[in-house]
Ligand binder design. Structure first.
Ligand SMILES: C[S@@+](CC[C@H](N)C(=O)[O-])C[C@H]1O[C@@H](n2cnc3c(N)ncnc32)[C@H](O)[C@@H]1O
Length: 234
């Protein structure tokens, strides 16, 4: 049988799943991650859940194609159809950061200390980090992964306390230790500089204020870049 190969983004998530875990993959779409984990006997049980019927049907087809018969398929919004004792590891990947935050907010049991969340926001990661810091979660590990030319953050999250600097909020909790950190910080700075240039063309006071806030973020990111360089020399 052909080998099921994960993309680098999904492979990093798979590598972070504790062996023997009870997994819930929320927003599973094709269910490549849970099917790979079941095929490699890495998990005790895997729920593949999605909001919509179409993706869930794709998940079913992936299970069939790889002759994985114990994939537990669920139709539902976020974690609403999954009870806390059914999973010790929750993966929410491939969605916007604010969407991931909303799914966690609707399932407060995810911060009971018994669960590990593996989160991979495609956009607005800073909104997710801000939600986590304000709601009793801590990022215990964070890494960047390059997939088809784009850098994505992947976070391991548990119940806990954390305080983040402005730079960490925007670039990541452990970005100064990450081999891909400098590239990620520079890409963020370039995007923010573009936004500031656009806002500078406006005379509206709210745009001026927004430009000031973005400049503060750029300054924080430039400091993080220095920290990254310092960390690489040690
Ligand atoms: C881009 S796919 C990501 C697939 C896979 N997790 C990945 O990272 O490659 C996003 C999936 O999330 C599902 N989704 C969006 N909102 C959801 C929600 N509130 N609850 C469950 N699934 C959701 C969508 O239907 C879609 O199948």
């Amino acid at each position: 049988m052909k080998h099921l190969e994960l993309t680098p983004r999904l492979q990093l998530l798979a590598d972070w799943v504790r062996p023997g875990a009870k997994l819930a993959d929320v927003g599973t779409d094709h269910a490549y991650l849970p099917v790979w984990l079941l095929l490699h006997h890495r998990v005790e049980h895997a729920i593949a859940s999605d909001l919509r019927q179409g993706p869930l049907e794709r998940a079913r087809q992936t299970g069939r194609a790889w002759q994985v018969h114990d994939l537990d398929l669920r139709l539902g919004d976020g974690l609403s159809g999954i009870s806390p004792d059914e999973a010790d590891t929750v993966v929410i990947a491939g969605m916007g950061g604010e969407h991931i935050a909303a799914i966690l907010a609707a399932a407060p049991w995810t911060r009971d200390g018994c669960h590990t969340m593996l989160l991979q926001p495609m956009t607005r990661a800073q909104e997710l980090r801000s939600f986590l810091a304000d709601n009793g979660y801590a990022v215990v590990r964070e890494a960047l992964v390059r997939d088809r030319g784009t850098l994505y953050p992947v976070m391991e999250v548990r119940a806990g306390e954390m305080t983040l600097s402005l730079g960490q909020l925007h670039a990541g909790v452990q970005v100064t230790q990450d081999p891909l950190g400098e590239r990620y910080i520079i890409e963020k700075i370039i995007r923010l500089q573009g936004a500031v240039a656009g806002l500078n063309r406006s005379a509206a006071p709210e745009d001026r204020e927004r430009a000031d806030r973005l400049r503060d973020i750029i300054t924080a990111l430039l400091e993080m870049r220095e920290e990254w360089r310092y960390a690489q020399c040690r």
